[in-house]
Write a protein that binds this ligand. Structure first.
Ligand SMILES: [Zn+2]
Length: 287
C-alpha cells in the first residue's frame, strides 16, 4: 500500500525501532524488497537516487512500476516511494511523477539557501500529501577515490531546518556512504544526542547504513534514529550471488543464461539482506 513516510516514522520513533530505506535500481530490486517487507509484515521505504531514476528512464517510469507492482503483488504493508538526496529540480519532478516522499539535500548550500529552498519544498510536498526529509551536515563517502570521514552536523542548524515543517531530518554524525574505511572512528553518539535534544523529537535519519556495527545501529535507534538507509549492502550481496552463479558455470548449463535464472540468486540475496536489516531495525510486525 503506497503511503507517505510520515506516520510510519512517527510510529517507529514512538515504538523505538527504525524503518529501513532500501534503494532500488530495477524491477528485481523492487520486487525483492516489497516481497520481503510483506513477508515480515514490516513498513518499508523504497529509495530512489537521482542517478537510479535516470537509469530507470525517469521518475515517472519508477512511480508507474512501483505503483503497479504494489498492486499486482497485493502488498498490504505501508510502502513509501522516496527520492533519495534530491536536488531542488529533482524534488519537484518527483512530486509531479507520483512519489509519496522526497528528500531535499540542500546540505551543500549555505544554511540560508538551504532554509529557503527547504521551506519552499515543504509547502509543495505537503500540498500534494508527500512527506519530506532534509539534510544538515553533508554525509561523506567516496568521491574520486578519496573517502571523506563524514561531517558532524551543528545542532543549532539542525534545529533551524527541523523547525521548517519537514517530517524527518538527516544529520551527519560521522556516518558515510559506501564502505567504511578501516580507520573509521564510529558514529558520534554525543553529537546525535545533542541533535536529538535540539530538534523537538523529530524522527532522525541515518544514512550510510552499510557496515555500521549492529550495536551502533541499536544505540542510534535508542537515541532517536527512526529511518536507516541501506543501499551498498544490497548491491554487494546481489553482486556476490551473481558472481558465484557465473563462476560455478551455471549460466552455461541448460537454459541458465535466461535472465530470469541468471538474476534469481542475486534477487534472493537482496531478500536475505533486507530480512536481516528488518530484524536488526526492529520493524518486523510493525506494519
Ligand atoms: Zn544518503
Amino acid at each position: 500500500m503506497l503511503v507517505n513516510a510520515t506516520n510510519m516514522l512517527l510510529k517507529a520513533r514512538d515504538g523505538h525501532y527504525a524503518v529501513g530505506q532500501f534503494n532500488i535500481n530495477n524491477l528485481e530490486w523492487t520486487k525483492s524488497i516489497l516481497l520481503t517487507a510483506q513477508e515480515m509484515n514490516s513498513p518499508v521505504i523504497l529509495g530512489v537516487s537521482e542517478g537510479a531514476g535516470k537509469y530507470m528512464t525517469g521518475f515517472k517510469t519508477v512511480a508507474a512500476m512501483v505503483k503497479a507492482m504494489d498492486e499486482s503483488l497485493g502488498i498490504t504493508v505501508p510502502v513509501a516511494l522516496h527520492l533519495d538526496h534530491g536536488t531542488y529540480e529533482g524534488a519537484k519532478a518527483c512530486v509531479a511523477a507520483g512519489f509519496t516522499s522526497i528528500m531535499f539535500d540542500g546540505s551543500h548550500y549555505g544554511i540560508d539557501e538551504n532554509v529557503a529552498k527547504t521551506t519552499e519544498l515543504v509547502a509543495l510536498a505537503h500540498d500534494h500529501g508527500l512527506s519530506i526529509e532534509a539534510e544538515v551536515g553533508s554525509i561523506g563517502g567516496e568521491e574520486d577515490g578519496v573517502i571523506g570521514m563524514g561531517e558532524v552536523a551543528d545542532p543549532a542548524e539542525c534545529a533551524k531546518i527541523a523547525s521548517l515543517g519537514i517530517d524527518f531530518l538527516a544529520a551527519g554524525i560521522g556516518n558515510i556512504h559506501g564502505k567504511y574505511p578501516a580507520n573509521w572512528k564510529g558514529l558520534d553518539f554525543d553529537a546525535l544526542d545533542k541533535i536529538h535534544n535540539a530538534t523537538d523529537n523529530i524522527p532522525l535519519v541515518l544514512h550510510g547504513g552499510t557496515g555500521i556495527p549492529d550495536e551502533m545501529i541499536k544505540k542510534a535507534i535508542s537515541l532517536g534514529v527512526s529511518k536507516i538507509n541501506v543501499n551498498t549492502e544490497c548491491q554487494l550481496s546481489f553482486a556476490d550471488a551473481t558472481r558465484k552463479y557465473i563462476e560455478a558455470g551455471k549460466d552455461l548449463e541448460g537454459k541458465g543464461f535466461d535472465p530470469r535464472k541468471l538474476l534469481a540468486p542475486g534477487a534472493e540475496a537482496i531478500k536475505a539482506t533486507v530480512r536481516e536489516k528488518i530484524e536488526l531495525f526492529g520493524s518486523a510486525n510493525k506494519a
